[in-house]
Design a protein around this ligand. Sequence first.
Ligand SMILES: CC1=C(/C=C/C(C)=C/C=C/C(C)=C/C=O)C(C)(C)CCC1
Ligand SMILES: [Fe+2]
Length: 536
Amino acid sequence: MEIIFGRNRKEQLEPVQATVTGKIPAWLQGTLLRNGPGMHTVGESKYNHWFDGLALLHSFSIRDGEVTYRSKYLRSDTYNANIEANRIVVSEFGTMAYPDPCKNIFAKAFSYLSHTIPDFTDNCLINIMKCGEDFYATTETNYIRKIDPQSLETLEKVDYRKYVAINLATAHPHYDKAGNVLNMGTSIVDKGKTKYVIFKIPATVPEAKRKGKSPWKHTEVFCSIPSRSLLSPSYYHSFGVTENFVVFLEQPFKLDILKMATAYVRGVSWASCMSFHREDKTYIHVIDQRTRKPVSTKFYTDPMVVFHHVNAYEEDGYILFDVIAYEDNSLYQLFYLANLNQDFGENSRLTSVPTLKRFAVPLHVDKNADVGSNLIKVASTRATALKEKDDQVYCQPEGLYEGLELPRINYSHNGKPYRYIFAAEVQWSPIPTKILKYDILTKSSLTWSEECCWPAEPLFVPTPGAKDEDDGVILSAIVSTDPQKPPFLLILDAKSFTELARASVDVDMHLDLHGLFVPDADWDVKASDGYMAPQA
Ligand SMILES: CC1=C(/C=C/C(C)=C/C=C/C(C)=C/C=O)C(C)(C)CCC1
Ligand SMILES: [Fe+2]
């Protein structure tokens, strides 16, 4: 599987015309922008983990039934320093690297020894975030990189820490109707405290208020939740929102700050400083967006590891939220390139299958309810929430579907009742083999698959003026393991899951992670009511 995961990809700097078969809907005009790791060796040095790879941006521009493709490595400081040294000199998730002491650009790295929290990478390989009119490549450190969404050029580096006291931030923000960004990050041992910080980045700031300053200066802290432990905050990859609440899982997959502070001298990676504590609980924090405070009831569930929240919404006094849950952290273990490349079948089995689980949380806990009683009275789910002593509530989810990852929804239903989940079907290995449409109401599903095809995260784009939740198309970049078959952009009708068109390109395409679709209207129209926020 070296060819899919560990091989360096060539950039396609000049836009290349795709060969289109089928018919692309005339209304589908815009650019699918995506991000993911593309380079896993620099000179003689190799990264250990798939998530370490240097960020490779790629885009499919769809105009008048035609498609052009291009790709470009993110020229992060990390990329430039590595290429200049012709070896890996900046540490990533699974690889600890040592800068060349002769070069002072990374002299900062030596402050690793004197600071608790080291300077992290700006290799923003996970997702793309839209802030107002601007686009940023994102990862989970304090750095994001502005990019030009048309040329894929790398622009300025933004350090979140200048605007909000966080060391880590998710690559899966949420957007409200006006395009304001809601994200979460972790502030580590700042003024003697470790906390999870929910913050808001405004989409636009009126010039009078802005006074020529960066809109970033208007980033505001929405709410802070103290970490249960100063030196071992939870790791999280995303969070959920409803119309009035934020759902945050403080899970027993944790970062060990003391281990991180000494990782550099010990020569071990950041990943080795993360561990799953199967003896611990998962705490469910529910934050009221109106009061900006967590609700007082203490909700918890069994230990689990969640990377992707799917959606959350309020119904009859309850919050229902859906996540892709694992029983352990085997997903991150699996993506070590050594596991992916040798004896693929043997080493690349997950020890727990990613499962769609629905949780239900009561917003009002009846003080008179009996200890042990189920507080969930909503008929639409079998999830339970058992009242315990001392105002604690133990939540047990309803398992909905086994073997799916990279979930997407129709984003206009984000935080609201919804019915459909689009995802990649994965069983016990990291290979996505099918694209899935799961109907939560009927619990039925539709799939698309083709021999030798590995689909990327399926993205939903609504038909303009659509009434039905699934009225639109699914876009997915397909990488093929058959050298005779070039990669292609697949366009499915989201209702029937039948193929509308495919746009094949004879390029060296990589397997990506996440991205967004930018309708053409967004290039010229300022954020307006018609703004289609991208999905987390
Ligand atoms: C560099 C770095 C990190 C990077 C994490 C990454 C890159 C995670 C990628 C996750 C993905 C792609 C998940 C998909 O489901 C940490 C651990 C946050 C903290 C230490 C520094
Ligand atoms: Fe993700």
